[in-house]
Design a protein around this ligand. Structure first.
Ligand SMILES: [Zn+2]
Length: 168
């Protein structure tokens, strides 16, 4: 079947080093049983998003009253730092500014799923933007397991697995 006109057709690959994926796994294990989160910084190189830095960020769901002001959840008893993450917009701005000053772009984000598979939740999909790479690491009983990567379809309806090239 042909590509519909007017839609971006280029699929990209996320290129990341073994050491960077290990940093994400360590962050997930360290913050267990809470969800950890962070940003993937780097450069676009042809059809590859080349990760150059993994930047850990704070999960502000640890501070429920502040998090509720930023992005309310329906059920504060069930939606906590153990199954939700939220990046402070001020910290995000600082991080983006600092990255740009060093010639880097935000390529995506990562977070952990404590005691849940490394698959995006409906919540994850609803709070994602197209193009960015979303890495999820599953952490079972404090031990980091699977690392997966997802990219939102252009219409926002589905999260598709993204190709990842792990380099040394
Ligand atoms: Zn998630």
């Amino acid at each position: 079947m042909g590509q519909p006109l007017g839609l971006p057709t280029a699929l990209m690959v996320l290129r990341i080093t073994q050491a960077q994926t290990e940093a994400i796994r360590r962050h997930g294990a360290r913050d267990y049983p809470s969800e950890c989160c962070g940003a993937l910084l780097g450069k676009v190189d042809g059809d590859a998003k080349q990760v150059m830095e993994v930047a850990a960020l704070k999960n502000v769901r640890h501070n429920p009253s502040y998090a509720q002001e930023l992005l309310p959840v329906d059920d504060l008893a069930r939606e906590t730092e153990r199954n939700r993450f939220l990046i402070d917009p001020l910290e995000q701005l600082r991080m983006e500014k600092d990255a740009r000053a060093r010639g880097l772009d935000v390529l995506g984000y990562y977070h952990s799923h404590p005691d849940h598979p490394a698959r995006p939740s409906v919540y994850d999909r609803e709070h994602a933007w197209p193009w960015y790479s979303y890495i999820i690491v599953s952490v079972e009983r404090g031990v980091a397991k699977d690392v997966t990567c997802w990219v939102l379809a252009e219409d926002g309806g589905v999260f598709n697995p993204e190709s990842v090239e792990v380099i040394e």
